[in-house]
Ligand binder design. Structure first.
Ligand SMILES: C[S@@+](CC[C@H](N)C(=O)[O-])C[C@H]1O[C@@H](n2cnc3c(N)ncnc32)[C@H](O)[C@@H]1O
Length: 282
């Protein structure tokens, strides 16, 4: 392996060619792009060397540089926190399409807080709440959504949220864990080795957490508000059924480009109370 390390702190960063060669030898398919990113991110020669060593040892690139790109934002990521995926940008787009004027937004199962941060960036002045069961994720999300004025809560799904949100939420985004337990072993090694099981494992058919979200969501949504989850092509019919069973007006949206499947459920508007017979229309 081409060496980029030494026992004394280097005075100059490793050359681009040396970094590309080291990354390529380690099996990085996009070695040139990764080398550019590492050299542009490292603040000192020693940091550049440490980053290359981390990547060569198999750390995900996002953990090496400390951030992931998501809808044009730099989302800070930390060891033990799920790295936001490009395909989840489709969930954000669906939310913005269904509720363009949303003012109360919840990012449930928030991980790094990427979804909430992206919604806040697109919607402007909103009341944002994010929540996760994992304290490591909560700490990371706090950093990412601090600038929006949003709050991050820790706890099991809706138990984490302030009760005052009930019936007021316009967008409830919930990128829940949805990998079936016996398919965890098929995930890329970077996910298996560096992301916590609680972020991946969705139970026997992958839909345990999703079903809980579907069942509880109507109590938290405002009339016309929507809940959105990401799922897989294979799981989509059962996910749609869980939403419909909860009384939500349900739709499946698919992005072939991002290979993303998002189920949206809208809480129906309360029926208009009929006016007294013969009352004048106004
Ligand atoms: C697939 S990750 C998604 C993270 C983030 N929303 C994203 O899109 O990058 C799922 C997240 O759900 C959290 N989680 C799992 N079970 C939970 C539960 N019962 N209550 C709250 N959060 C939970 C995990 O800690 C993890 O951060």
């Amino acid at each position: 392996m081409p060496s980029v390390s030494s026992s004394v702190p280097p005075a100059t960063p490793p050359s681009r060619d040396a970094v590309v060669a080291a990354l390529r030898t380690a099996g990085c398919v996009f070695a040139e792009d990764e080398a550019e990113l590492i050299l542009a991110t490292a603040r000192t020669p020693a940091e550049a060397t440490a980053m290359v060593e981390g990547r060569v040892a198999g750390l995900p690139l996002e953990l090496v540089v400390g951030w992931a790109g998501f809808r044009g934002l730099r989302i800070a990521v930390a060891p033990g926190v799920f790295v936001p995926r490009r395909r989840t940008e489709f969930l954000v787009e669906q939310a913005l399409e269904r509720a363009p004027g949303a003012s109360v937004v919840v990012d449930l199962c928030c991980g790094s807080g990427a979804v909430g941060a992206a919604l806040a960036a697109a919607l402007g002045d909103i009341e944002l709440h994010a929540a996760d069961i994992d304290p490591v994720a909560v700490r990371c999300a706090r950093g990412n959504i601090a600038a929006t004025g949003g709050q991050v809560h820790q706890g099991d799904l809706f138990e984490a949220l302030p009760v005052a949100l009930r019936g007021r939420v316009n967008i409830l985004a919930a990128n829940v864990p949805y990998v079936p337990s016996d398919e965890i072993g098929l995930l890329p090694q970077e996910a298996r080795d560096h992301e916590p099981m609680v972020a991946l494992d969705g139970g026997t058919d992958g839909l345990d957490v999703l079903r809980r979200v579907a069942a509880e969501a109507p109590r938290w949504l405002a009339p016309g508000g929507c809940v959105l989850v990401e799922t897989s092509r294979h799981q989509a019919p059962a996910a749609v059924e869980a939403f419909a069973r909860a009384g939500l007006a349900t739709r499946l949206a698919v992005s072939e480009e991002l290979y993303a499947h998002v189920v949206t459920g809208v809480r129906p508007q309360a029926p208009q109370a009929p006016g007294p017979a013969g009352s004048p229309a106004r």
